[in-house]
Design a protein. Structure first.
Length: 345
């Protein structure tokens, strides 16, 4: 029997209200303000509803652990700065990124509408959630979006053996008139770090392509990869180069940390990454005017041709899982629910 078939775990189904209530209870118990808790819970629950288990309720464990160790500010009050006609900056003040994003979003949208393109730099934030949630918010406004951020030094560059780069996710959102937006969000590592963490929790071996041990040898032990070795980039030199681009664009360009600097800032706490995030918003109507909708709809030809070949669009699985979760409740590990509830003790 295959490993994933052999591994079975008791689960429960919780609707959106129950998921939000659980997150709020835990976050409030640990000193999060209403603004911080609402933004963070909304992002975690969105991921859980889409069956993105590595970015859903599971992340509460790391969030609370990081706050307890002094690696994040639960009651941070982000500040928005109007930098230029096409630039807005949000200082997260050491808090988690969703609240800073929420505060900066109206300014980013207004600037994109006015200038055609706008950038938002989120500085001094702790980021632990999925970027696609933010890109959906931009797509709802009819804006094309790109977002990226470094993390900590978890990944060895292609040809190297020591962790230096972050998992460095990048996301892209494309509004599609009359239908759900096309969105992808992926780490530039072979797999998200959260997925390897879940394998460790479940006592399962990982594919050797995901990481190396302390000697730089491909490794299937998730604990060895996470604690002593390094993760690997996807696509060898291509993923490595893309990760470097994100390090620079969402690091020095916006006056924030490289992944290796974030690791140094952590000072051995093993907390969640402290760094910056870059969000770009583009208004199609400023490029093609009244013909904008017609041009955007032409993307349907590409999507339909892909589906006609039996290919899957990157966001399809999430939308399917979302519909199922909204009807029947999101599936959550019973053991995870109990572990989260223990955070209330």
């Amino acid at each position: 029997m295959k490993d994933h078939e052999a591994h079975q775990e008791a689960t429960v189904h919780l609707d959106r209200d129950a998921l939000m209530a659980l997150c709020h209870r835990v976050l409030a118990h640990h000193g999060f303000t209403e603004e911080q808790a609402s933004a963070l819970a909304g992002t975690l629950v969105a991921a859980q509803l889409d069956a993105s288990h590595s970015h859903g309720l599971y992340r509460l464990l790391g969030i609370i652990d990081t706050v307890r160790k002094g690696g994040a500010v639960a009651d941070a009050a982000p500040e928005v700065e109007d930098v230029a006609p096409g630039v807005v900056r949000v200082d997260a003040k050491g808090g988690f990124s969703p609240c800073a994003f929420e505060l900066g979003l109206p300014h980013l949208v207004a600037k994109a509408r006015d200038a055609g393109i706008a950038l938002m730099a989120i500085n001094h934030c702790v980021h632990t959630t999925a970027l696609w949630v933010e890109l959906e918010r931009l797509a709802e406004q009819g804006l094309v979006g790109v977002a990226c951020n470094p993390t900590q030094a978890y990944v060895a560059p292609h040809g190297g053996k020591q962790p230096l780069l972050g998992t460095n996710p990048i996301a892209f959102g494309w509004p599609y008139p009359g239908d759900a937006p096309f969105i992808f969000d992926f780490a530039t590592s072979a797999i998200a770090r959260g997925d390897i963490e879940l394998y460790r929790r479940e006592g399962r071996a990982i594919p050797e392509a995901w990481g190396v041990d302390r000697h730089g040898v491909p490794c299937s032990d998730p604990a060895e990869v996470l604690d002593h070795g390094a993760m690997t980039p996807f696509g060898e030199h291509k993923g490595s180069a893309l990760a470097i681009m994100i390090e620079l664009m969402a690091g020095p360009l916006i006056g924030d940390l490289l992944s290796v600097e974030s690791s140094e800032h952590d000072e051995g706490r093993r907390g969640l990454p402290y760094h910056g995030e870059l969000v770009i918003a583009i208004d199609p109507s400023r490029l093609t005017g009244e013909a904008s909708s017609a041009h955007m709809e032409r993307s349907g030809r590409l999507f339909e041709a892909m589906l006609g070949q039996g290919a899957r669009l990157p966001s399809q699985r999430r939308y399917r899982e979302r519909a199922r979760s909204l009807e029947h409740g999101a599936e959550v590990s019973l053991a995870l629910v109990k572990e989260i509830e223990s955070l209330l003790d």
